[in-house]
Design a protein around this ligand. Structure first.
Ligand code: TRP
Length: 468
């Protein structure tokens, strides 16, 4: 590369890093439950439709913008037109907000991993409490929660400050293969448990709705699938613009755009198969969010006896790998902005300093999430989000995942499809003799299908907030 921003050493390194960004807590605690509670198999079909007609498309658009401009989101978008810079700002803001709660959850996972780990050696990891009691005690222990959150930030800082090739690429090169190995090991173990097939019934058949107490509603399923897909594939907020800006010109973007969402979807389905069979075999009931990942899984492992300590420690290690590999890309989006914008102003800032500043800002946002105790502190300033939203985490999530990311995705498609034109995009993809795989498909989607689908979902989401 002509400047000293850094770059990925190979396409495999890039693909693993992008998979690392995509595969995260969203896959583990969001997808499996949402699939079960929204109709099972029909939900999977709706989700796949969004992956193909929106996910793959936005992925390709983002990578093309990133590599063409060689910049992080704000400068990249303003290079397409000064007035589009705000789309990049949405990305930087979303990344900062998401990290504000993501880091806290990774911190929880460290606590749980250590708990099961020391139980292997006979110590008591959770003070003899069951899942619910321990979760209440732990989230109420603000000192510990903040401490583990800081641990997460320190680790992410060292990886991101290490640079693209020596930090991010290296971590994902080990973390992502390890993640799939652990997932498969847990799945194999689960199927030795009696009653585990009930977990598959929950996920894949309409029985899941009965168990979750929900009803199938097509529009709801579409909204849920669309939001989940964007979040899960790390789209609509410039993460893939940023990673794309470090990709060598000789690599084929349109091919990568199919591989990464496909791997993310596989990971989401595998996560469900690693979680629900165990939950049902141990007589626990499925639910969503932090409750599933911590309370339910804690009880599930505890009731497995001694083996549960090993499976539990492995499971939380998996959550940590998935979480950190996503968190570093969140940190990279905002840090890259600081690095690029300071260089553009003629006062280049070192990577270490930029990452340090961003990690500090993100931590300031994370501390209130720790103190809020997932709503336990009773602040209630987020009531306007409606029923079921009771904590700061939901507020951060709503602003990023619910508003800025879908808007960002639509705007990026419109700017490229109509503003710049498909020849502009094709030009970038076909550099150095690469084939623009399925160009016709991308053209129709970028210009019409993807923005229409995303707008439809955004509008219906907005209407649902005013009670329609
Ligand atoms: N994809 C991540 C997950 O599934 C979360 C996420 C959303 C993200 N947007 C991102 C991660 C941007 C990195 C960058 O958990």
């Amino acid at each position: 590369m002509e400047n000293n921003r850094g770059s990925f050493s190979s396409n495999l390194g890039f693909v693993l890093a992008a998979m690392g960004s995509a595969i995260g807590l969203g896959n583990l605690w969001g997808f499996p439950y949402k699939m079960g509670a929204n109709g099972g198999f029909p939900f999977l079909i709706i989700y796949l439709t969004f992956v193909i007609f929106c996910g793959v498309v936005v992925m390709c658009v983002e990578m093309a913008i990133g590599r063409k401009t060689g910049k992080s989101p704000v400068l990249a978008m303003s290079q397409l037109g000064k007035k589009y810079a705000f789309v990049g700002w949405f990305g930087v803001l979303s990344a900062t907000l998401i990290m504000g709660f993501y880091s806290v959850l990774i911190g929880y996972s460290f606590r749980y991993m250590f708990g099961f780990l020391i139980q292997i050696f006979g110590a008591s990891g959770f003070g003899g409490m069951d899942g619910g009691a321990f979760f209440g005690a732990y989230t109420g222990n603000i000192g510990a929660v903040v401490g583990y959150t800081i641990l997460t930030f320190v680790l992410c800082y060292f990886i991101v400050a290490g640079g693209i090739e020596k930090g991010i690429e290296k971590f994902n090169g080990i973390g992502i293969p390890a993640l799939f190995v652990i997932l498969i090991a847990i799945i194999i173990y689960n199927f030795t448990l009696e009653g585990s097939e009930q977990g598959l019934v929950f996920m894949f058949t309409s029985k899941g709705m009965e168990i979750a107490g929900t009803e199938f509603n097509f529009l709801n399923a579409c909204r849920t699938a669309a939001g989940q897909m964007l979040f899960s594939c790390s789209l609509g907020m410039g993460a893939m613009i940023t990673y794309g800006s470090y990709l060598d010109k000789k690599e084929n973007i349109s091919k990568n755009a199919w591989i990464i969402p496909a791997a993310d979807t596989c990971a989401a389905i595998l996560a469900g198969v690693a979680i629900f069979p165990a939950v049902f075999a141990q007589g626990q009931s499925p639910n969503a969010g932090p409750g599933l990942l911590f309370i339910t899984m804690h009880n599930t492992f505890t009731s497995m006896g001694f083996a549960g300590n090993i499976v539990g420690a492995l499971f939380y290690l998996l959550v940590i790998f998935a979480g950190i590999s996503s968190a570093i890309s969140l940190m990279e989006v905002s840090s890259a902005h600081l690095i690029d914008s300071s260089a553009a102003k003629g006062k280049p800032m070192s990577r270490k300093k930029a990452v340090g500043i961003i990690a500090g800002i993100m931590m300031v946002l994370a501390i209130p999430v720790c103190i809020d105790k997932l709503g336990g502190a009773g602040w209630g300033i987020y009531q306007f989000l409606g029923e079921g939203s009771k904590d700061l985490l939901d507020l951060y999530d709503f602003v990023s995942e619910g508003v800025m990311m879908p808007l960002g995705a639509v705007l990026m498609c419109l700017v490229v499809g109509w503003g710049k034109g498909m020849d502009w995009m094709a030009d970038e993809i076909e550099t150095q003799g690469n084939k623009f795989v399925t160009r016709g498909f991308f053209t129709v989607c970028v210009k019409y299908i993807t923005p229409a689908m995303m707008l439809f979902v955004l509008i219906s989401l907005a209407l649902s907030y005013v009670g329609l």
